[in-house]
Design a protein around this ligand. Structure first.
Ligand SMILES: Cc1ncc(COP(=O)(O)O)c(C=O)c1O
Length: 364
């Protein structure tokens, strides 16, 4: 089948680009002796996870037990849940998975450790704990070294859980690589007191899990990092291109749409709206627009209804005709893929593979 035969809207994934993005990150990690544990929330797909593992990833990161279930059922044996698990129901699911996969959970509270310990002890398994440290993003994570030490000691005291190390997420760093040095220094300034406290307490820290897509290839500048968890790197999106993380040619994802109405010069409507793209704003730069229209640099995606995408084409030399197809890079790849049961792997004009978004809608 060729792309022309696909109905719209459809999400297209350029397989050559995806493969080269996966390889480039694996090579970077290999070169810097870092483990790569890609975040599967971006693709939620077993096929893509297996491509990442085949290229050398040590395991996967997930946010949700639903995602962990899906990946473990596909035979993936090393999973970090980079999200606090604080309820008995979710902890029991993680403990069940620990019977067949190496499971770790990142957390920042005694309640989370107690909850995991109860579930693990009841199941007769061991679950690794990474204590999350807040390094400036101000979401989850403890700030004070005495708090990370207290959580590590609690994990080592309780049945079924074991302290394995620390995790941090530099989600606030969204600038080009050339401007990241002072921000990374600030992260190090927050991390180092934790390392010193663990050394003084004689508690080994075997894993320090860091990394996001914007900072991924600067990871060797973060002190003590042993593994990284980028997710978006495999596809990239308009947010990442806007801050200079990759080039247009390195972006693997586009959404194929059809123009369905062009009654007014500045009101061209396409058949993908918020249920196709998500409504994520551009989180960087001038925050304008909801996608990058390929081949129409002056067309602006100005908004969405559920099934209608609104294009302002008043500055275009030629407005798209009804029935014409366009390809658009979405603002945020993770949110876009999560809207689709399947995406289409293409090579050139050929549709080579249907990629199922296995854990789509798996938010628990
Ligand atoms: C805890 C955690 N780790 C890793 C990632 C992946 O980073 P990125 O989305 O920049 O690829 C995320 C993304 O939200 C995250 O929340």
């Amino acid at each position: 089948m060729t792309i022309d035969e696909l109905d719209t809207p459809s999400v297209l994934v350029d397989l050559d680009v995806l493969e080269s993005n996966i390889k480039r990150m694996a090579d970077y990690c290999h070169q810097h002796h870092l483990q790569l544990r890609p975040h599967a929330k971006t693709h939620k797909s077993v096929v893509v996870a297996k491509m990442q593992l085949a290229a050398g990833a040590c395991g996967l990161t997930v946010a949700k037990p639903d995602e962990a279930d899906m990946m473990a059922a596909a035979g993936i044996e090393d999973i970090l849940v980079a999200y606090p698990i604080v309820t008995a129901r979710k902890a029991a699911r993680i403990a069940k998975l620990a019977e067949r996969a190496k499971m770790r959970v990142a957390l920042d509270s005694i309640e989370a450790i107690e909850c995991l310990s109860r579930a693990a002890a009841a199941q007769g398994v061991d679950i690794g704990v990474l204590v999350e440290v807040d390094i400036g993003f101000a979401r989850c994570g403890v700030g004070r070294p005495e708090d990370s030490i207290a959580l590590a000691r609690a994990a080592d005291r309780m049945r079924g859980v074991r302290f394995d190390g620390l995790m941090f997420y530099p989600g606030h760093i969204k600038s080009p690589a050339s401007e990241q040095a002072p921000l990374i220094e600030e992260v190090n300034r927050r991390l180092i007191p934790h390392y010193e406290a663990f050394t003084a307490a004689g508690i080994p820290v075997s894993i320090v899990s860091g990394g996001s897509t914007p900072t991924a290839v600067q990871s060797h500048h973060f002190k003590g990092v042993t593994e990284i968890r980028p997710g978006m790197y495999a596809f990239l999106d308009r947010n990442m291109l806007t801050i200079g993380v990759g080039t247009r040619e390195q972006c693997a994802i586009t959404v194929l749409v059809t123009i369905v109405s062009n009654v007014a010069r500045s009101r061209v409507i396409m058949d993908g709206g918020s249920k196709t793209f998500s409504y994520d704003p551009l989180s960087v730069g001038d925050h304008r627009g909801y996608g990058l229209v390929l081949g129409q640099p002056h067309a602006e995606v100005i908004g969405f209804s559920e099934e209608h995408g609104h294009l302002d084409t008043s500055r275009c030399a030629r407005a798209p005709r009804v029935g014409e197809r366009l390809r658009i890079i979405p603002n945020h790849v993770c949110a876009t893929i999560n809207m689709h049961d399947r995406v289409f792997g293409i090579r050139g004009d050929r549709v080579e593979q249907i990629i199922h978004v296995d854990a789509r809608g798996g938010v628990q």
